[in-house]
Design a protein around this ligand. Structure first.
Ligand code: SAH
Ligand code: SF4
Ligand code: F3S
Length: 470
């Protein structure tokens, strides 16, 4: 059985990786090699990519935005739905010609997809121009694996099938200057019947409270204003540590850190959201009024088959408890349409739930069959056109609810953390409310990183527009 000691990567191992990092850097004395990382999937994967970027930059690689310029191309992959995997195969296929023209090019693939043996077999047999394959559990070994790749004629494929480790102190190059992600726990124990994540990310393991607080303190000193705590189910944070740590305590411990103005987190599993946590959210002034609380389906029969371990009634009660404590909270959720055996009545229950709860935003997914999960073995799979029809109906209903909720903000003053220039309109700045809504407004670029007040003039389903209050 695992004990904490063999979950933590030892200091000796991290020193060894640092040595490999230096050895790769020495091979590249001009530090003029270029890299590009293409990331798929969730924020935890994005956060892993930031660590991979940090390691690459410590090895003398510079980031480029173009594939043609790169000396190293890395795909950090996701397998939560089939289309995420198909995209990766498409990209890899199209790199063959480039690799022929540029034999020194290193093509690497990492991430969740690589934790599946059959995928690694396909890559190593059919995509022979791929030089390096590694998984999520040995991310911290990237310097060693890259060193091996650079010194070998043959492709390197090293995927650890152990449950995975916690490695502290990896270099990191964050993508954003204002808001930062921190993964507080890895893996998942829930085994929802449709989901591949527990198989590719291993069992839940939490970072030590003190390690997270230290990281957040440094982020505050570096000028980051917002921090998002990440985990597949942050509500069960700390329970495996058996030292009294839990998520409510973590939120309270981060409250006093200098520089950090806002704290967010995701994802919360409804079955584990305690009153203690609701109270901590209410009392911690920096914790934002937004909760992502995936429901997945509105019918009790489907929820039970999905192994979600709550009923729609329990979910309604939970929403009531949260709203009674934090009335201004915005709620978002995830829903899957077309789970095996989902009938029209089941789906009508989902629509009914959406109408009753009135979420600010709903992320909708077509059910995707994932080999190895219990739901994939079922004979009563739903045809694609039915899944899509339900998806469309859900979107239509939610669009009108989301628009109505946003309309209520017209004329109100809201606090925005300015993130930078809007990607859609270069004459506008963009930021988010505490409730996680995007607001664009006219303003100077030096407002980036500041908290400002904006009066909302225009509202839409996706974003809002406002005028800066001077
Ligand atoms: N741990 C989080 C979510 C992780 S995956 C949670 O439990 O809420 C993000 C979302 O992808 C899930 O909430 C679910 O809605 C969706 N998802 C997971 N597996 C899927 C599958 N096989 N097909 C379609 N959507 C899926
Ligand atoms: Fe997947 Fe369920 Fe775990 Fe979320 S809680 S990652 S949906 S198994
Ligand atoms: Fe995808 Fe892995 Fe995240 S499967 S959703 S990248 S944990």
């Amino acid at each position: 059985m695992d004990t904490r000691e063999n979950i933590l990567v030892t200091e000796d191992e991290m020193i060894k990786q640092d040595a490999f990092l230096q050895m790769v850097a020495e091979k590249n004395p001009d530090a003029n090699k270029k890299y590009i990382i293409n990331t798929f999937g969730c924020q935890m994967n994005e956060n892993d990519s930031e660590k991979l970027s940090g390691m690459l930059e410590a090895m003398g690689y510079m980031r480029t935005q173009t594939i043609e310029e790169a000396d190293l191309i890395l795909y950090n992959t996701c397998c939560v739905r089939e289309n995420a995997e198909l995209k990766v195969y498409g990209h890899l296929g199209s790199l063959k010609a480039l690799k022929n023209r540029k034999p020194g090019l290193i093509i690497a693939v990492s991430g969740c997809m690589m934790q599946q043996k059959d995928v690694v077999d396909v890559i190593t047999k059919k995509y022979r121009h791929v030089d390096l394959v590694f998984g999520t559990h040995n991310l911290y070994k990237f310097p060693e694996l890259l060193y091996m790749t650079l010194n070998s004629e043959k492709p390197v494929a090293v995927v650890s099938d152990s449950d995975g480790y916690i490695a502290e102190g990896m270099p990191i190059k964050r993508d954003h200057g204002v808001k930062a992600w921190t993964t507080i726990m890895y893996g998942c124990n829930n085994f929802c019947s449709y989901c591949i994540v527990p198989y590719v990310r291993g069992r839940e393991r939490s970072r030590k409270l003190s390690d997270i607080i230290n990281e957040a303190r440094v982020l505050g000193h570096q000028g980051y204003k917002e921090i998002t705590l990440l985990g597949q189910n942050v509500n069960s944070y700390g329970l495996d540590l058996k030292d009294g740590s839990n998520f409510a305590l973590l939120l309270r411990s981060l409250e006093d850190l200098e520089g950090i103005e806002r704290i967010r987190f995701m994802t919360s599993h409804p079955k584990d959201l305690t009153d203690e946590l609701i109270l901590a959210m209410k009392e911690c002034k920096k914790v934002c009024e937004h909760l992502h609380l995936p429901i997945q389906a509105g019918s009790n029969r489907i929820l039970s088959e999905m192994n979600r371990r709550y009923t729609r009634e329990q979910y309604f009660q939970l929403v009531d408890r949260i709203r009674s404590q934090i009335p201004e909270i915005s709620l978002t959720t995830d829903i899957i349409t077309g789970y095996p055996g989902e009938t029209e009545e089941d789906f009508a229950q989902t629509l009914d739930l959406i109408e009753k709860v009135r979420f600010d935003y709903v992320y909708t997914f077509l059910y995707s069959k994932r080999t190895g999960t219990p739901a994939a073995k079922r004979q009563d799979q739903i045809p694609e056109d039915v899944k899509k029809k339900r998806f469309g109906a859900l979107l239509e209903l939610q669009d009108s609810i989301g628009r109505q909720i946003n309309e209520e903000l017209a004329g109100k003053s809201v606090e925005i953390l300015v993130e930078g220039i809007s990607k859609n309109s270069f004459s506008m700045m963009t930021g988010r409310t505490r409730t996680n809504k995007i607001v664009n407004f006219k303003g100077k670029t030096d407002l980036t990183g500041q908290l400002v007040n904006v009066i909302i003039d225009n509202t839409g389903t996706w974003s809002l527009e406002g005028t800066l209050v001077h």
